[in-house]
Design a protein around this ligand. Structure first.
Ligand code: 8YV
Length: 336
């Protein structure tokens, strides 16, 4: 029997087509954003779903869709999915780690450099026809990246990849804060030293936030933390909206308590805090950290592999490559 699955957002058609060999696929080629009731309606009777960060998979949805057995999310982050609610209902959750690490690290570094060297701010000036006098000595002077202190909050795979870029590419001193200190051999591979959060805030010339969103991480950088940073520092958030207090950041940028910021993620995106939009010293991008063609293809492909295996349609022994709640997988496999 061909199981029905839902693909909630438009993706690469050739990759989604791989699902059609095994499943009855309902997809969303127009990329309509469904409301929660519309999502629940479309999930009726579906065994699996290929979801994205814009889909909220919570207990109410799961109870309304009892046939759902696999939620395969595109993205390394899965804070849009209530994993505990899935686990107790025997629903497998998967994500797409690793394939996006280097691309997202590239982007975080680019955003940090753009903020430090005032790239978008100066481009707007040029495009606005304001560049009438060449060579002013203080025109758009920013902060150096090479040789500066790079601070990283959240030292998972992406944090480590950013650290390597800073240490070996730009001769930066790299400090980090994380729930736990990394083993010495991992610290060595990225030439990074563990510090407490107060030291991280105080000593970073460029602070990059890469910590996954959780209730504990909510507003990990707020008004109090921003006050502890250098007035010459930059702050870059490529993690999730809500880890940084966007309103407090807008105030700090306005008052000059830090120099500049780079943001790829926002609280309540795609809405962006109007006070941030009004600030020139912040580089703003629409959540595109992993958006290179090859990485987005790799993410979609891994998601499809996960869905095929999670619903038992892969080679007989295959397990989803990247489960978030493998304990469900074990009991699901046992019941086949
Ligand atoms: C994706 C991301 O764009 O991987 C993540 O956690 O934030 C991004 O790479 C997003 O998750 C797409 O749904």
């Amino acid at each position: 029997m061909r199981l029905p699955v839902l693909v909630t957002r438009a993706s690469f058609p050739d990759i989604v087509n791989r699902l059609r060999a095994d499943f009855d696929v309902t997809d969303n080629p127009d990329d309509t954003i469904w409301t929660q009731p519309e999502l629940i309606e479309r999930l009726q009777g579906k065994s699996g779903a290929m979801t994205a960060g814009s889909d909220r998979i919570d207990a109410t949805l799961l109870d309304a869709c009892p046939q759902l057995k696999a939620v395969c999310n595109i993205g390394v982050g899965y804070n849009n999915v209530d994993v505990d609610a899935c686990t107790v209902r025997g629903v497998i959750v998967t994500n797409t780690p690793d394939v996006l690490t280097e691309t997202t690290a590239d982007f975080g570094f680019a955003l940090m450099m753009a903020a430090a060297r005032r790239i978008t701010e100066s481009e707007h000036y040029l495009r606005g026809g304001l560049w009438t006098k060449t060579g002013r000595y203080d025109m758009f002077v920013g902060g150096d990246v090479h040789g500066a202190t790079l601070g990283i909050l959240g030292m998972g795979r992406i944090g480590q990849a950013i650290a390597r870029r800073g240490a070996f590419g730009f001769d930066m001193r790299v400090i980090y804060h994380n729930r736990s200190q990394l083993p010495a051999h991992v610290e060595e591979t990225c030439r990074a030293s563990y510090v407490d959060k107060a030291t991280l805030l105080r000593e970073s010339d460029h602070l990059i936030v890469v910590v996954p969103y959780s209730a504990d991480a909510h507003h990990a950088i707020g008004a109090a933390e921003l006050k502890q940073m250098k007035s010459s520092a930059t702050l870059t958030n490529i993690a999730r909206g809500g880890v940084v207090d966007d309103e407090a950041l807008a105030v700090a940028l306005h008052e000059g308590s830090i120099a500049a910021a780079g943001l790829d993620v926002f609280e309540g995106e795609p809405r962006v805090c109007p006070r941030l939009l009004a600030q020139a010293n912040v580089v703003l991008t629409p959540h595109i950290g992993s958006a290179s063609v090859s990485t987005r293809r790799a993410m979609a492909s891994l998601c499809v592999d996960n869905l095929i295996a999670a619903l038992g349609r892969g080679p007989s022994a295959s397990k989803p490559p990247t489960p978030v709640n493998p304990q469900v997988l074990m009991s699901a496999l046992a019941q086949r």
